[in-house]
Design a protein around this ligand. Structure first.
Ligand code: GLU
Length: 469
């Protein structure tokens, strides 16, 4: 039997990091089993039928390493409407489903609770189909449904506790529970690896598989992803969109490594490992069923390590979307006025060790490519205290007279200027740094000034001096 897994996102306009994690787990499982990965877009909700949302899913998968063309699909749930309706009809004709005209209020009035499930009122009324009547599945009164779950063992559900649930609405349209099962059946899915949120649906869905006479798939419900307060990651509260991480300058390799650690770890004491190790060692059966903490700080640290491990040319290339605004990333926060590739290459190794996400490259190097530095006023106020004007005067004079414009000479020159005033180098640097880069922190100052060049450095120091008058 060929293993066939599927990733079945409902388009929402953004790609949830939890979804990315499930997609990767499906992807690896298929690969390990010599199986097939199927992409199905669950777009039956008309409001979710936007082509750009599907495109967003394809490009997010692509980014994370599940390349277009290397899997089956995308199939679209909306194009299987005929199959969904036929299955509903079959269940009705076989006596496994019945029509019901109860309203929610009717059920509440009878059961005295808004939480009680359906009470079976229409079970034996023999209502024929009609507009406005929902189709309900007749769940067995006895026995139990045993779900075989690679991660959770064999969760067992008593059938008498499962209500007669709706499988098609009053307008005849099948609901998610049925459409999802029929699609899995039609697509020959053998293993359903999906988020834990769906576990409560599973006994119902397995009953549908049984009623439709097809052997149910093996299930694997992967743990819910939570924030530091142990709350399920939510798009209203948390940063959950994979695109947001991508646009901030997380590397795909760091991201997918991190996502695979949600509920699982490679052998030894390792966390940062090549993708090939994850592909070899990952075992779906070993995934921890408890909620997995999505730790953004840890992800940042991971990303910093991935950035530092890049060969310098790759680092330079990876920074380009932020530097030149080539448009591959959402609008860059900043457009350089005079981007100079050689100047950037000169400071890139210094920046590479200092940033955790690629977008931080901008605040580190913008001083090089702007006609005037962007002055951070708080930094200015902090650095331009008493004595700053005199120090700048002395620095201007000393720098102006320098024979060789290199980091070493610049450093020893400013050291001497500071010493004459009883200042350590750190103190003497502060006004110079703010005057030249606009900030109090950044790349090593003297290397920065060397690359900026004599002319521009002196112009900036003089401009700052004028402002201090
Ligand atoms: N479309 C469902 C979702 O996005 C997926 C259901 C499934 O994987 O079975 O949650």
């Amino acid at each position: 039997m060929t293993v066939r897994v599927r990733f079945a996102p409902s388009p929402t306009g953004m790609f949830h990091v939890g979804g990315a994690r499930s997609a990767l787990q499906n992807w690896i499982y298929a690969k390990q089993q010599g199986g097939v990965f199927v992409l199905r877009i669950e777009d039956t909700d008309a409001a979710r039928n936007k082509p750009e949302w599907t495109e967003g899913i394809l490009s997010a998968l692509d980014w994370i390493g599940i390349a277009r063309g290397s899997y089956e699909g995308p199939h679209f749930q909306s194009s299987y409407a005929g199959e969904h309706r036929a299955a509903a009809q079959r269940l009705y004709e076989g006596g496994r489903a019945y029509y019901c005209d109860c309203t929610r209020e009717d059920v509440q009035a009878r059961t005295g609770s808004q939480y009680a499930g359906y009470d079976g009122f229409c079970r034996d009324r023999g209502l024929p189909p009609a507009e406005g009547r929902a189709l309900r599945f007749r769940t067995p009164d006895e026995g139990e449904t045993v779900v075989v779950d690679l991660i959770r063992g064999e969760p067992t559900f008593e059938n008498k506790l499962i209500e007669d649930f709706v499988i098609a609405r009053g307008d005849g349209s099948p609901v998610f529970l049925l459409a999802n099962v029929v699609d899995d059946m039609t697509m020959g899915i053998t293993h359903v690896i999906r988020a834990e949120e769906h576990l409560p649906n599973t006994p119902k869905q397995q009953l549908l598989w049984d009623a439709l006479g097809v052997k149910p798939p093996v299930w694997a419900h992967v743990p819910v992803v939570v924030n530091e307060k142990r709350q399920k990651l939510s798009k209203r509260r948390d940063k959950v969109a994979l695109e947001a991480y991508r646009d901030e300058g997380y590397l795909a390799a760091a991201m997918r490594n991190y996502l695979m650690l949600l509920g699982w770890a490679p052998s030894g004491d390792r966390e940062i490992v090549p993708w090939s190790v994850i592909e070899d060692e990952f075992r779906l059966e070993e995934v921890n069923p408890s909620p997995a903490f999505f730790d953004e700080k840890k992800l940042r640290a991971f990303n910093g390590e991935y950035i530092r491990a890049l060969p310098i040319e790759e680092f330079i290339a990876a920074c380009q979307p932020w530097l030149a605004g080539t448009g591959t990333i959402a609008p860059p926060p900043w457009q350089p006025e005079e981007f100079d590739a050689a100047a950037f290459a000169a400071v890139a190794p210094l920046a590479q060790t200092r940033i955790a996400v690629l977008s931080e490259i901008v605040s580190n190097v913008d001083f090089l490519f702007l006609a005037d530095p962007l002055i951070d006023e708080a930094a200015w106020a902090k650095a331009m205290k008493e004595g700053a004007a005199e120090l700048l005067d002395a620095a201007i004079a000393a720098f102006d007279g320098l024979e060789s414009w290199d980091a070493e000479s610049l450093k020893s020159t400013l050291e001497a200027v500071g010493a004459e005033r009883g200042l350590k180098l750190g103190k003497a640097q502060a006004p110079v740094r703010v005057a030249v880069t606009g900030r109090t922190v950044g790349l090593p100052l003297f290397e920065s000034i060397e690359v900026l060049g004599r002319e521009r450095t002196l112009t900036r120091l003089r401009a700052a001096r004028v402002r201090l008058v």
